[in-house]
Design a protein. Structure first.
Lengths: 191, 324
């Protein structure tokens, strides 16, 4: 019988990350990002599918009663198994079919079509808190030496270190990127 | 700095897919255990992507990065996002990507070479076409299988999305309930505070409302009236407090101390008081419990506080207390 995740199994997984729901969701998102990068590095298959598979297996084991004290290493272990499985599968396939090179994807700016990403970016920027919006727009304004000077001035103004500023900008960028990806997906669905 | 720079170079190699497998595995072990390191790697990737878009990557890195992009849908998505972000934020125009030649343009270029090459390339092309026919047939079969799998996956994916939506809704509901609970808690706290304040006010008011007005008398300094004159203060049985209004000739001291003799030793311990009233009618007022004095004659002495902090005699009053 095929096992499918339920609401209960997902709650158990989140609880294994942390008893605090907010921290659990944060940890879940971070684990997802780590797994996406890991699979992206090792296999050509859609990393989203691989990540879901990793979480599914973890959820199943937890539901079966496995006690996981530290979830991140456990997920990493599952991910390594999945990569091995996929590589084996790909080796079998490569004997039958020769490899098809992946075409470099044409980015929107290469075409004359309107770019939904730009509209989505505008929409997502609007959704950001004003201070985050100002920070991200200002952070990427300049290039080269001007950029370094500007970042130093920004860090001084905000009373934080340059590294903290980099991290803050990066986190806003990630949130913005996730929002734009979601928005572009919705636009594609409605078209 | 040197250590950071070395780490950064390793992370960059990893991201470009040119780090040896063993080192890659070590780095992966580390970033799964260390969130901070993972964020550093993400930051490094942001910088690589921005460098690629702004064309500031060196030729070799650029080439390797493009190879990595060919392998990774995620990286393509990230580059597409970074391009719009930098277009939106940058003061300088972001360079457009080099146009990828169309397949037709590539074929035209292919046949515009020297004659020997043309023959050789045409042979290769024939082989490719034959191979392509075989491949198409085989691919059709595989496609059919993969469509079936895709259908299964899509239904599972739908189920997963549904679950996610339900979880999100449940979380939102839980947040809203938490907020409501907090609001209610605040309201209860406010009401409790109001209740306490009201009870305190009530406690202050109650004794006053319970008892009748104090037995009062307005006294003038001794000697102002004839020696036979003595003011009489009559205390009714239900009057539990006495108030003395002591009129002053001059108000020259900031505070005054009042003592009552001969009963002062066991009489009321009166705190320092200030004078009040219009300039022509300055007076001080003291109040105490009526059971602190027995019936009899009393002298009220008033002392004023000097700038040095000592008290000096100011005036005195006399009265007779009658109890009914």
């Amino acid at each position: 019988m095929i096992w499918t995740p339920t609401e209960g199994s997902l709650y158990k997984l989140l609880a294994a990350f942390s008893p605090d729901p907010y921290e659990a969701v944060q940890a879940y998102e971070l684990a997802r990002r780590k797994l996406v990068r890991y699979f992206d590095h090792h296999v050509r298959r859609d990393s989203g599918w691989c990540v879901d598979e990793t979480f599914d297996r973890a959820m199943r084991r937890i539901e079966e009663g496995k006690v996981v004290t530290n979830l991140m290493p456990y997920l990493y272990e599952i991910a390594r198994y999945i990569v091995m499985e996929i590589i084996k599968e790909e080796q079998k396939m490569s004997k039958a079919v020769f490899e098809i090179p992946v075409e470099p994807r044409r980015t929107q700016t290469e075409t004359e079509e309107p770019n939904p990403r730009l509209d989505c970016l505008d929409r997502c920027l609007e959704e950001l808190p004003p201070e985050s919006r100002t920070l991200i727009l200002e952070y990427y304004e300049d290039e080269g030496e001007a950029k370094i000077k500007h970042h130093t001035a920004m860090a001084e103004r905000l009373g934080i270190t340059m590294n903290a500023l980099r991290l803050r900008a990066h986190r806003i960028r990630l949130a913005l990127e996730a929002c734009v990806t979601k928005c572009v997906g919705q636009v594609a669905l409605t078209e | 700095l040197a250590e950071r720079s070395e780490k950064s170079a390793t992370e960059k190699k990893y991201l470009l897919g040119v780090l040896p497998a063993e080192e890659s595995a070590r780095l992966e072990d580390q970033y799964f255990a260390d969130d901070q390191l993972f964020e550093e790697i993400e930051l490094e990737e942001d910088e690589l992507i921005d460098g690629y878009i702004r064309k500031t990557l060196d030729k070799n890195d650029r080439k390797v990065f493009e190879q990595a992009m060919r392998r990774s849908k995620r990286l393509n998505e990230r580059v597409a996002f970074a391009r719009v972000l930098l277009t939106k934020t940058s003061k300088q125009p972001v360079p457009a990507p080099l146009p990828t030649p169309s397949w037709w343009a590539s074929i035209k270029a292919f046949f515009s070479g020297p004659a020997v090459l043309k023959t050789a390339l045409a042979t290769v092309l024939v082989l490719v076409v034959v191979g392509a026919v075989f491949f198409t047939v085989e691919r059709g079969r595989l496609l059919q299988e993969s469509q079936q799998l895709a259908q299964q996956r899509s239904s599972l994916e739908e189920q997963r999305q549904q679950l996610r939506r339900e979880i999100n809704e449940a979380q939102l509901e839980s947040q809203s309930l938490t907020t409501e609970l907090q609001n209610q808690k605040q309201t209860v706290d406010q009401l409790k505070q109001q209740l306490e304040a009201t009870e305190q006010q009530l406690a202050q008011i109650k004794p006053q409302t319970r008892s009748v007005l104090p037995a009062s008398i307005s006294l003038f300094p001794a000697g102002l009236r004839g020696s036979g004159d003595i003011e009489i203060l009559t205390v009714q049985p239900d009057q539990d407090r006495i108030r003395l209004e002591l009129n002053l000739d001059n108000d020259e001291y900031p505070t005054y101390r009042v003592s009552i003799e001969p009963a002062n030793n066991r009489g009321p311990n009166l705190p320092p008081v200030r004078a009040y009233g219009p300039p022509s009618q300055r007076r001080i007022s003291v109040q105490f419990r009526s059971n602190q004095l027995n019936a009899g004659d009393y002298v009220v002495k008033v002392n004023g506080r000097t700038p040095s902090g000592d008290y000096e005699p100011v005036t005195s009053y006399r009265f007779r207390l009658l109890k009914k």
